[in-house]
Design a protein around this ligand. Sequence first.
Ligand code: GDP
Length: 167
Amino acid sequence: GSPGQELRIVLLGLDNAGKTTLLKRLASEEVSTITPTQGFNIKSVHSHGFKLNIWDIGGQRAVRPYWRKYLGSTDLLIYVIDSADQKRFEETGQELAELTEEESLMGVPLLVFANKQDLVTAAPAAEIAEGLSLHSYRDREWQIQACSALSGEGVQDGMNWISKHIM
Ligand code: GDP
């Protein structure tokens, strides 16, 4: 965004991907507000000049119309994946594919966090990128970043990519 304007980031992924853990890392003590929205589990955080909206995605066609309105004027999309949960790779890939087809997210830069890399069963980021067909995205900047929200490893590298690409 332009100077003085708050950057709007949405952080999405399946339940249990590690979004809340990551959010705490990204925002650290600077969190000024976390606002759970009534009737729909969305959280908002203001930190370091950005506003971050976060919610679970997947298995919720019924509430999709409600969260769609939070996608408007998004500057950046962060998508979090549990790299150790191979059983849900197809599901999370499908959700991401649908998300990137949302009109309001056209051209919006995408940062994928291949989370939980501290687990021995975690798939490497390159393998996840392959499974998600990230290389076929032509209309947006994208990056995949291996990380552990638990230990913090890789999280700052992801943030560095963000600051290079949109701030
Ligand atoms: P959310 O549903 O996407 O918000 O996921 P949470 O942040 O609540 O995390 C779900 C579970 O995964 C919790 O038990 C977390 O402690 C755990 N978790 C999150 N990130 C990591 C990680 O990087 N490594 C490991 N081993 N566990 C993680």
